[in-house]
Ligand binder design. Structure first.
Ligand SMILES: [Ca+2]
Ligand SMILES: [Ca+2]
Ligand SMILES: [Ca+2]
Ligand SMILES: [Ca+2]
Length: 393
């Protein structure tokens, strides 16, 4: 191929751009469907060559003529001649595609090579071409005698991304996890797989799930998982308690420069799991019982007598919960005469009696209110507040 004379010719053509065609921006350029490819992509190429539409009633071909061959090559491997065919009988537009087959490499660290590098085919489809990580594909077409059109497209690996579909999940919902790494699209004509590790605070070893490509050549891989609070992790089911952080990660063994081809990188993300039980139903609070100091229920109340106010909270959920239980006594003028609280946590299905003593100083009507909150700072109610009125004589 006349590479050096061509370069000279192309530079000189710039000088005389008004007299003769500009072969840097010619009327017969080569296009590719992407500006950059990953190592196992499908590459779709188009050449606009109206002057090669020699028969307006037939599909013409270009590139398989040895005097005007099309060559698709990397530094080490080459497909030539490679045939392009006209998109319609009279379009003057010629297309072809090839599938890149990468090089021998283990993409998941299991010790097995996952690729089948090969260079074969003569177009217009089903050509296979081996490529290295940081190589490039050069397509060239001797469009006219001594005029060679070329198109150069780089090949690169990508750093993968991993995402949960939501930041927060309720424990009875399904979570979707997505890996985006076009380097894992090993076969652009079928669905590929990616392996994702998922864990929670409550199960740090977690599960490994198989994510499936969303379409033949998307390079996007999706898996769904469910949560369990009372079974161990298994398959796509993860043991995670409300309040847990859940983590997803995969190891990217296909990294661009400046990483080495042998490097790998842990790509990870997280989300939160909360209970699907409505917040106001997380704890159950029973009406208070009023008794004397020895625990005998009181039916009437006198000033200067000690009254034990006894509340009961039930954690009917199967997970541990923090709580604040607050007592408040108001007089007939709605003024708070006593307030106190108890802070703690309740294990799943645990019940607790909480009590507080109060000695009325004046006769009158009093209202005793109780509140169950998640904390004194957030004061989010975990059950409805309750109130009881008494008359002190
Ligand atoms: Ca034609
Ligand atoms: Ca492997
Ligand atoms: Ca695929
Ligand atoms: Ca990658």
């Amino acid at each position: 191929m006349l590479v050096f004379p061509l370069i000279f010719f192309m530079f000189s053509s710039l000088v005389f751009a008004e007299q003769i065609p500009d072969y840097y921006d010619p009327y017969s350029p080569i296009f590719t469907d992407k500006p950059v490819y990953s190592w196992t992509d499908k590459v779709r190429m188009t050449i606009l060559a109206p002057s090669w539409n020699t028969d307006r009633h037939l599909i013409d071909s270009i590139g398989d003529d040895k005097d005007h061959a099309i060559e698709i090559s990397t530094r080490e491997h080459s497909l030539t001649p490679y045939r392009f065919t006209e998109t319609d009988v009279n379009s003057g537009i010629f297309t072809a595609e090839i599938i890149l087959t990468g090089f021998s490499h283990d993409i998941d660290g299991d010790g097995d090579i996952d690729t089948t590098p090969r260079t074969t085919g003569n177009g217009p489809t089903s050509g296979f071409l081996e490529v290295d990580r940081d190589s490039a594909i050069t397509s060239s077409f001797e469009f006219a005698d001594g005029v060679v059109l070329t198109k150069f497209v780089p090949i690169q690996w990508n750093i993968g991304k991993i995402q949960f579909s939501e930041e927060n999940y309720l424990s009875d919902k399904t979570a979707l996890i997505r890996v985006i790494d076009s380097d894992l699209n090993l076969n652009p004509e079928s669905l590929d797989h990616a392996s994702i590790q998922i864990s929670s605070n409550s199960d740090v070893s977690g599960i490994e799930v198989d994510a499936i490509e969303t379409s033949d050549s998307s390079g996007v891989f999706v898996a769904s998982i469910s949560f369990t609070q009372n079974q161990s992790s298994s398959g796509n089911r993860l043991f995670a308690m409300p309040g847990d952080v859940i983590f997803a990660k995969y190891d990217d063994y296909t990294l661009p420069k400046p990483y080495a081809t042998s490097d790998n990188l842990e790509v990870k993300t997280f989300a939160n799991v909360d209970s699907s039980i409505h917040i106001l139903q997380r704890l159950h609070s029973l009406p208070i019982v009023l008794s004397d100091a020895s625990g005998t229920p009181l039916t009437s109340f006198s000033i200067h007598d000690q009254i034990q106010i006894v509340g009961t909270i039930l954690n009917e959920q199967n997970f541990k919960q923090n709580f604040v239980y607050l007592f408040q006594v108001k007089d007939a003028n709605n003024l708070v005469v006593s307030v106190s609280w108890i802070q703690g946590d309740l294990y799943g299905n645990q019940n607790l009696d909480v009590s507080q003593s109060w000695i009325p100083k004046k006769a009158g009507v009093y209202t005793i209110e109780t509140y169950t909150w998640n904390s004194l700072i957030n004061t989010t109610p975990l059950s409805p507040s309750l109130s009881t009125s008494i008359f002190v004589k």
